[in-house]
Design a protein around this ligand. Structure first.
Ligand SMILES: O=C(O)C1=C[C@@H](OP(=O)(O)O)[C@@H](O)[C@H](O)C1
Ligand SMILES: C=C(OP(=O)(O)O)C(=O)O
Length: 444
């Protein structure tokens, strides 16, 4: 297990109106993929706008350990010299994935079809997360995987060359599992098929095509079917990473709940497989408008203008969940200030993220004085009709960046400050979070 950093508590108190323009950092999912695919191309790729958070840096370190050359330039772009599909080298040490599920699951897929063995370790949160969802299909492809009890980290993957091409129907809506299989398929002769009954974020498909992979997506009986021809040759690319909608979510919710707020978040990725939060908030009455719509790095992007709004409670349809899966902690905060009841269901997946996000958010919001009932697969939240929460609580974030940022936002409209027990995990996805928040609180 990787070493734990000392906790870094912080207090977030009642705020005046938030105003100004900010730009969110690069998308975490796309940044991981930009590093991985560039590291598999032959030649030099350039990446602008890469998220320089701990999770992405863990991916970069692992790809370096397997032979890629990855360097940050003085102007902030990253240059990656790839090894070519099939060219990964045996890492000398265990790959430390820190807190990052995406790094772990995608790289397990990559190793599974190379002639190398890699051991994956991580922090206490990652070591509690289920890996059977990738172990099972990668084993069918021929990888030899030895995991800790319950299919957890630490685990080792011994790849097989040539691996056996697989046609696999995802039993759980997971872009990480889908992407792990596509990465394994890159060095596998023949055709790898992944069948997705419920669509999940499609960054891997888009970017693999951009790198020249032979990949097609069709629909069969209402499911998405992704077909990838193996033994791919990836061409180096110039990539611009769009802003992360999952990071923008904290500022969207903050502007909606703090009276008088008027905020623009620039360059937010609005890929339909990621934009569920905005659709649901608008259905609740949120004043969010998009301007300057454009494409960045093959992804739709816009500047979002958000004004404080009176929100109305809603029943969130479960089928929207995959398109806002990481935004639920922030969404629960928005719901806590709505008028009426918000009900969510079908969110079992939230129990296996960096923390059990249903239990952790229910406990945090209840401690702050919100009316929250936890069910097996969701939360039922009675809103304050725009009134502040009592606050005055210390929140346990359980090594989960999104809990820390969500409850920091809740503190901005609470009578007594909310103390976050540890802001350190925020560095995994959004190191600039507190600085950007402060810039909106002080600007006039
Ligand atoms: O593929 C990705 O980049 C991600 C997929 C999602 O996980 P699951 O695949 O487990 O749903 C999401 O929660 C995670 O933050 C990033
Ligand atoms: C679930 C998340 O990330 P990961 O699975 O990569 O740890 C997240 O960022 O909310």
């Amino acid at each position: 297990m990787s070493a734990a950093a000392p906790p870094s508590p912080a207090r977030f108190a009642m705020s005046g109106p938030l105003s100004g323009r900010i730009r969110t950092p690069g998308d975490k999912s796309i940044s991981h993929r930009a590093i991985m695919f560039s590291a598999l191309a032959v030649g030099t790729s350039r990446i602008a706008g890469l998220l320089e958070g701990e999770d992405v840096l863990a991916t970069a370190a692992a790809m370096r350990a397997m032979g890629a050359s990855i360097e940050r330039q003085d102007d902030g772009t990253w240059h990656v010299d790839g090894v070519g599909v099939g060219g990964l080298l045996q890492p000398r040490q265990a790959l430390d994935m820190g807190n990052s599920g995406t790094s772990t699951r995608l790289l397990m897929g990559l190793v599974a079809s190379h002639g190398i063995t890699a051991t994956f370790i991580g922090d206490a949160s990652l070591s509690a997360r289920p890996m059977a969802r990738v172990i099972d299909p990668l084993s069918l492809m021929g990888a030899d995987i030895v995991a800790s009890p319950g299919g957890r980290l630490p685990l080792s993957v011994r790849g097989l060359v040539p691996a056996v091409a697989l046609s696999y129907r995802l039993p759980v809506a997971s872009a990480q599992v889908k992407s792990a299989l596509l990465l394994a398929g890159l060095n596998t002769p023949g055709v790898t098929r992944v069948i997705e009954p419920v669509p999940t974020r499609d960054h891997s498909e888009r970017m693999l095509r951009g790198f020249g992979a032979d990949l097609s997506v069709t629909e069969e009986d209402g499911a998405r079917v992704i077909v990838l021809r193996g033994e791919a040759e990836l061409q180096p690319q110039d990539i611009v990473v769009p802003g992360d909608p999952s990071s923008a979510a904290f500022f969207i919710v903050a502007a909606l709940i703090v009276p008088g707020s008027d905020v623009v978040v620039e360059g937010v990725g609005l890929n339909a497989t990621r934009a569920g939060l905005i659709r649901v908030l608008k259905d609740m009455g949120a004043d969010i408008s998009a301007a300057n719509e454009r494409a960045v790095g093959g992804e739709p992007v816009a500047d979002l203008h958000i004004r404080h709004s009176r929100l109305t409670g809603i029943d969130v349809p479960p089928e929207v969940a995959p398109s806002m899966i990481d935004e639920f902690p922030a969404f629960f905060v928005a719901a806590a200030f709505a008028t009426g009841t918000t009900r969510t269901c079908g969110l079992e997946e939230l129990r296996v993220k960096e923390s059990d996000r249903l239990a952790t958010m229910a406990a945090a919001l209840v401690a702050a004085g919100a009316g929250v009932r936890e069910t097996e697969d969701g939360l039922v939240i009675e809103g304050t009709s725009g009134e502040p929460l009592p606050g005055g609580a210390t929140v346990a974030t359980r090594l989960d960046h999104r809990i820390a940022m969500s409850m920091a936002v809740a503190g901005l409209h609470s009578r007594a400050a909310i103390e976050i027990d540890d802001m350190a995990p925020v560095a995994t996805s959004f190191p600039a979070f507190t600085r950007l928040l402060d810039s909106l609180r002080t600007s006039t």
